[in-house]
Design a protein. Structure first.
Length: 175
């Protein structure tokens, strides 16, 4: 009984392998391209523009955050200098104000981080919208059977398969 199961199992495996390899043998040549999407995002005009916008936003946020941090430092310094001559109630009130300012900065940072992510994701979606027809044209007009993502899917490939620059050029040329 065990040998029959082993035979049937072996037969099933051979059958699956045989059917799975038949299309591969029938296919004589595949045109394969490999694209480094990170390089596309960093090198295409839209990607560069997005990066510039995000860097400007970060600088703006930093410029807004510096006075807030300086205010807390000034409040802390004031408390430290006057603590000996103040009542316990006044010291507690000043500490509460400092804590309120710290919470305000944390909210500001969280809000600005969320806004940054929204801007980044929106920009990436716009790039993706422009990229999709470029990739479809590579498949339809240039005859690519398969386009692989580097480094996520591809472990290693010959340079002749790298079409990253072609994608960047087509992205920049697309209107």
């Amino acid at each position: 009984m065990k040998t029959n199961l082993n035979r049937y199992g072996l037969f099933a495996i051979l059958l699956v392998v045989g059917f799975a390899s038949t299309p591969l043998l029938a296919q004589t040549s595949l045109k394969i391209g490999v694209v480094d999407m990170e390089q596309v995002l960093l090198s295409c005009n839209m990607g560069k523009e997005l990066q510039t916008q995000l860097e400007a936003f970060q600088k703006e946020v930093e410029a807004q955050g510096v006075p807030m941090a300086e205010k807390i430092q000034a409040m802390q310094k004031d408390l430290n200098e006057k603590a000996a001559s103040l009542s316990q109630a006044k010291i507690s009130e000043m500490r509460r104000q400092i804590e309120d300012q710290k919470i305000s900065i944390q909210r500001f940072q969280t809000d600005k981080q969320e806004e940054f992510e929204k801007r980044k994701n929106s920009g990436l979606q716009e790039i993706e919208k422009k990229l999709k027809p470029v990739m479809e044209a590579l498949r339809e007009k240039d005859g690519f059977d398969m386009i692989l993502h580097k480094p996520g899917v591809v472990i290693i490939a010959k340079e002749q398969f790298n079409i990253t620059q072609l994608v960047i050029d087509r992205m920049n040329a697309a209107k």
